[in-house]
Design a protein around this ligand. Structure first.
Ligand code: FAD
Length: 292
């Protein structure tokens, strides 16, 4: 297998993804974990985890760091990049990422809970002005007007990058303000208070509506911590925003498994770790059963 081919590819480096990685490695599979950040946006916000068995009162980020070290120590390859699409090729998958394409036999989706409902107009203009990755699609808007919808450190970084190439960048702080720890925006970026009410356009995007104003735009970058699963891979079954899985954490797509907050409540570390274990072992079993 090439360095871009793995038996098991895991999307997301929160507790679910890292538990899946550890357990697929225990079954001796080649494993890559690809994640927007080698971190858990949820655990990073948790000042103290008090209900994870065997570890008393630990900061969320400290617990996440232990998980990362354990998965890496077990031999999983950890890579920081955005997964923008996952393609089902029948007996394998191809992940289109901000660091190029990666192939795998089985995939575990562990992308966490999706925070916000879709903005009216968002789905309609995907590919015609709406993008989820400035690093990937930004060059298409060189010299044009861009609007960034977000509140995280990642959203601010994307806005700063766009400010280098676009004629005008507006940052719509979707929660009405930047979260703590979000890097400073370049001074030429206009910051307005969200949330965005709608994305408007004709053939392609023309603007973003907020309270009392429509901001003209050629490109709208919607930067969330997590992407809805049905946008990640075509045909995956989702109910009430959660990926449907069976007791083996298998989705309706053969070879695709899911674990953690993306499969629904309760949103808890212990549930994520447990589901990750089952998903990692199921993925390994699936790979073993494939014709050699
Ligand atoms: C403030 C707060 C306090 C909490 N307190 C507790 C507590 O006390 N006890 C408890 O048990 N739980 C607590 N939780 C919940 C806990 O943090 C989550 O249940 C847990 O982190 C879920 O793990 P996960 O692996 O499913 O998802 P996450 O930890 O959210 O990880 C998702 C991963 O997917 C990656 N990702 C998403 N989309 C993409 C993409 N397209 N491409 C690449 N990577 C992607 C992200 O970068 C991230 O690494 C708390 C959460 C919050 C916010």
């Amino acid at each position: 297998m090439s360095e871009r081919e793995y038996e098991v590819l895991i999307i997301g480096s929160g507790p679910a993804g890292l538990s899946a990685a550890l357990n697929a490695r225990v079954r001796n599979k080649s494993v890559a974990v690809v994640s927007r950040r080698l971190a858990s946006p949820s655990l990073d916000k948790a000042p103290s985890i008090d209900n994870y068995l065997g570890v008393e009162r630990i900061g969320g980020a400290d617990l996440e760091n232990r998980f990362i070290e354990q998965a890496r120590g077990a031999g999983a390859y950890l890579l920081e990049c955005d997964v923008l699409g996952l393609f089902n090729l029948g007996d394998s998958f191809s992940a289109f990422t901000s660091a190029g394409d990666y192939g795998c036999k089985a995939v575990v989706i562990a992308t966490g809970a999706v925070q916000a409902a879709s903005i009216p107009g968002e789905s309609q203009y995907v590919g015609s002005g709406v993008s989820y990755c400035a690093t990937c699609d930004g060059p298409l808007y060189r010299g044009k007007r861009a609007v960034v919808l977000g509140y995280t450190a990642h959203a601010a970084e994307e806005a700063n990058f766009l400010a280098e190439i676009c004629s005008q960048v507006t940052f719509v702080a979707v929660r009405g303000g930047k979260a703590e720890g979000v890097p400073e925006l370049r001074e030429e970026i206009r910051v307005v208070r969200g949330p965005a009410k709608a994305i408007h356009g004709a053939v392609s995007v023309t603007g973003v509506e907020i309270e009392g104003e429509t901001i003209p735009a050629d490109g709208v970058f919607v930067i969330r911590d997590s992407m809805p699963a049905e946008r990640l891979i075509e045909g995956i079954e989702v109910a009430d925003g959660a990926i449907r899985v069976n007791r083996d954490m298998a989705t309706n797509i053969p070879g695709a498994f899911a674990a953690g907050d993306c499969t629904g409540r309760p949103y808890q570390v212990a549930k994520a770790v447990g589901e990750g274990q089952v998903a990692g072992l199921s993925a390994a079993r699936y790979v073993d059963a494939l014709p050699k």
